[in-house]
Design a protein around this ligand. Sequence first.
Ligand code: FAD
Length: 490
Amino acid sequence: MAAAAVKGKFVVVGGGIAGVTCAEQLSLQFPADVVYLLTAAPFVKAVTNIKQVSRTLEEFDVEQQTSSALQSQYPNIKVVHSAVKELKADDQVLITEDGTYYSYEQLCVCAGARPRLIVEENPYVLGIRDTDSARMFQQHLTKARRVLVVGNGGIALELVYEMEGCEVVWAIKDKSIGNTFFDAGAAEFLIPQLNSEKPQTPLTCKRMKYTTERGAGQEDSWLGSALGPDWHEGMNLKACQEISRCVHIEAECEVQRILLHQDFKALNIPSLPVARGMKDGATSDWPVYAELTNGKIYGCDFIVSATGVFPNVEAFVSGNNFDLGEDGGLRVDDHMRTSVKNVYAAGDVCTVGWTPSPHWQQMRLWTQARQMGWYAAKCMAADRLDEAIEMDFCFELFAHVTKFFNYKVILLGKYNAQGLGTNHELLLRCTKGREYVKVVMQNGRMMGAVLIGETDLEETFENLILNQMDLSAYGEDLLDPNVDIEDYFD
Ligand code: FAD
């Protein structure tokens, strides 16, 4: 080990929600010790205004902070802005880009994840991850006539709804939109919103507005923190055409190949105009073309690849013996420990390796980043003090609140019957334009739910999933709008 190593008991890598939460918690538990927070990004993320919506559902704001703001609140946190380039796990040492060595007694890796692009290093293919990439996307959009969005997760859903003033071709590999979050029924409920005028003022939003202004010293890289909730609020997502929204969905297909203008010209075949009477620009005058697996070719100004993320593990795994999950994350046990001694991991970079509760699953979301960061710090403390620690209650029930297409969306438990096979039934209640309620039942017990709109059912359903009460006797009355089930079960 280099003699000049900075010695730390606790080192946390990553200034995103997971890393900052972990460092804050360690700082509170060990006020006499320095907690080093090493991060590649020029800012750190802070969680504020936590609002407990119900026992497991929580909402909070995410703020981009300077390191001095964090350090003045937690004087024993020392933020270092230098990316980790190597981990020597046998020596318990990290080496940063600026050549400094940091030795640790306990390390928590919270390095997040980066977009998995359909092709790398193509200037017309953009991913959105952090403020820098969001700014790049916004710049491209101002001049765009048509954008191809590839992917069907939360980012694609938000983008397609928010973009205005250009044609949008949305290529999804599933049968229906938003497959990560919804089934076909919920998708049908939401689709009319895509063709309606957007409300002038967004629904009340007290969360942080992200700015895409460049911070001093900010560099283009995939190592920035992931954006948080409402990342597009305050960003102008308007292109230059005189149209509000024009979305064309291509379902059950993927991008087969991407052709630059000259390659496409050489093929001498027509590209497609977008449906519903939109003009095709100067027919084949597009800088880039995408051939889909259904044989169709669309020209566009640029492509947004929103096809999931890949955990940022490279700097840590090389030369070390980490167990990795199938998705490439650092596998952690029920104490957030990786397979390497004294190394813990939390947030998007990790893959859960414990047997989850029947109503919880890992998803790379900001709520889970915060919960894992907090719990990892508690586990590090418990291991250090040789104390026992129970798995935190937040891992009992998957609970996520968000907003899609201007509707409040709450997802609980196995909301899409994940892992339940065919042994389940669905109960549905839908009022067009107002609410969509879906409940997943198995053997008379509630396993999960999707609540779209102001349903006010979240607390009752959360309880019913957690207590696994036998609801067989109620049958379909469970969702009868004339039955006040809150009175029954609360
Ligand atoms: P990150 O926030 O990615 O932070 C990782 C940190 O590690 C960064 O500070 C980075 O600089 C640092 N780092 C990386 N590599 C190194 C290294 N080698 N050395 C030092 N530092 C390093 N989730 C939701 O729940 N709801 C949403 O609506 C939502 N919308 C999203 C929209 C977008 C556009 C994106 C990209 C994500 C969205 N997410 C959303 C996901 C959510 O943002 C992430 O799950 C969450 O932020 C992960 O937090 P994290 O701390 O694990 O990682």
